[in-house]
Write a protein that binds this ligand. Structure first.
Ligand code: HEM
Length: 434
């Protein structure tokens, strides 16, 4: 639908998410009929699962049988400041979050959200995190990267198929609007407890990378396939290549039902990827030489259904020696448990800072599971023992640069508002004081 300025409404909303703010939101809403999103329940607390990261059951399934990923994203890094949270601050944060959940149903068309906390946040408490939570400070995970630490206290992740929904939720959480989707919002905001450090935005899904390819890191001639869900041109996170939410959920202790979140900010340099590499090389580097040599992947790879058939790839060292190249996915097959990876990928692309990038967001029971997976992706063994280089012909390492890494705990819902480091110890302390 075009407005009087001839700009397609959908097109406008897409860039509006990256711009953000109340003005961009109201400009969206003024450009044609409001989107029709069902409201959430009166009492999200009793209706919603304890696992904040339980998204899968609320996501539609694509024709190919994979989870559909919500198309628009906002990440809000939050700083708490000094001291420890008060009950009033916890109540304000919980009220603000509940307010947006009342406004939009929990779905891809509505809103999915998580709140997570960094090790820097938990440092303020006398008690340590319980042993059942593995949340180290982030560090470099390869010899060729030098990432900054992603060190806000908390991060809110907002996801929806509608740009207006993530923008509206963001404005409501900041306390900027009184009514959202016809639902009046509480007199409480995240900013009652936090300051918002910055905003990060992104997208995933057919067509969006091609529409957003006029950025640094992508050649000028617009090479990203029209229907690709990600800048590098292929489907990712096939159902058969993702663990269950159970596998990534913390099983014991006071944070049982939670998970950990690894968030890396990657920048992409796709000049060689699209200008020098052939399609065959791209398939070999992303999947494996076997897939390239046997035309296993058509187009963006939708033909693979739910299973990119990584078991058909040869042993990575054999590929490196016989084909001089090893695939990205292929290198991590050895890390699988019960025939599935141990990290749940919920990453998406970004144009932040005018540069093609990825907010690589993954969930796992322990940050150690991410480290193991990422070390396999480094392929150091292969680099040492074959003609494959440290980064060249070594999966997709040559095209990505890790500029920032962060580790976060996604607590269960009941502890999502400014949790203490050890809720059991905190309860004991309260009993002792009483
Ligand atoms: C630009 C960034 C990236 C892109 C475009 C990308 C894309 C892909 C693609 C197309 C696959 C093959 C099929 C599938 O997803 O099911 C794959 C597999 C995978 N990727 Fe990535 N990836 C990226 C970065 C990463 C990073 C940073 C990690 C973290 C270590 C990672 C972990 C995995 C894992 C665990 C698999 C599945 C391996 C298996 O089959 O067992 N990816 N990725």
């Amino acid at each position: 639908m075009s407005d009087s300025h001839g700009i397609d409404r959908r097109e406008f909303v897409k860039s509006a998410v990256a711009i953000g703010g109340a003005a961009a939101l109201s400009a969206c809403l003024n450009r044609g009929p409001e989107i029709d999103v069902p409201r959430g329940p009166e009492e999200p607390g009793s209706a919603f699962p304890e696992r904040q990261h339980a998204w899968n059951e609320f996501l539609p399934t694509t024709e190919e049988g994979n989870n559909h990923h919500p198309r628009h994203r906002v990440l809000l890094p939050l700083d708490y400041g000094d001291g420890t949270p008060t009950d009033a601050e916890r109540e304000a944060v919980e009220a603000a979050l509940t307010g947006v959940e009342r406004a939009y149903e929990r779905s891809a068309a509505g809103l999915l959200l998580t709140v997570s906390y960094s090790p820097y946040y938990f440092d303020r408490f006398d008690a340590d995190l319980p042993e059942s939570v593995d949340l180290p400070e982030p560090r470099a995970l390869s010899s060729f990267e030098n990432p900054n630490s992603d060190d806000p206290d908390a991060i809110v992740h907002l996801a929806s198929d509608h740009g207006e929904v993530v923008m509206g939720a963001e404005e409501a959480l900041k306390g900027e609007i009184d009514e959202l989707n016809g639902v009046s919002q509480p007199d409480a905001a995240l900013t009652d407890a936090f300051s918002i450090r910055e905003r990060r935005t992104g997208f995933i899904g057919d067509g969006l990378p091609a529409e957003n390819q006029d950025v640094d890191g992508v050649p000028d001639d617009g090479p990203v396939p029209e229907d690709a869900p990600l800048y590098m041109g292929f489907e990712s996170a096939y159902e058969g290549n993702q663990p269950t939410e159970d596998r990534v959920t913390i099983q014991e202790g006071p944070f049982a039902g939670g998970t950990t979140q690894q968030l890396s900010t990657l920048t992409l340099n796709l000049n060689q990827w699209y200008e020098q590499d052939t399609r065959k090389q791209r398939v070999a580097k992303m999947f494996c030489p076997h897939h390239a040599n046997n035309d296993v992947v058509e187009g963006t790879g939708e033909n693979l259904g739910t299973d990119p058939r990584m078991d058909d790839c040869a042993d990575p060292m054999d590929s490196a020696r016989s084909d001089g190249v090893v695939g990205h996915g292929q290198k991590m097959v050895d890390v699988r448990e019960d025939d599935a990876p141990i990290i749940l990928r919920r990453d998406f692309d970004s144009t932040d800072q005018g540069r093609a990038g990825v907010h690589f967001l993954s969930l796992q029971r322990e940050i150690a599971d991410f480290v193991t997976t990422r070390e396999a992706m480094n392929g150091e063994e292969i680099d040492r023992n074959s003609a494959v280089g440290q980064r060249t012909n070594n999966g997709i390492l040559q095209y990505i640069n890790t500029v920032r890494r962060g580790n976060f705990l996604v607590p269960p819902r009941s502890l999502r508002a400014l949790p203490p480091a050890n809720p059991e110890a905190a309860e004991d302390a309260e009993v002792a004081h009483a």
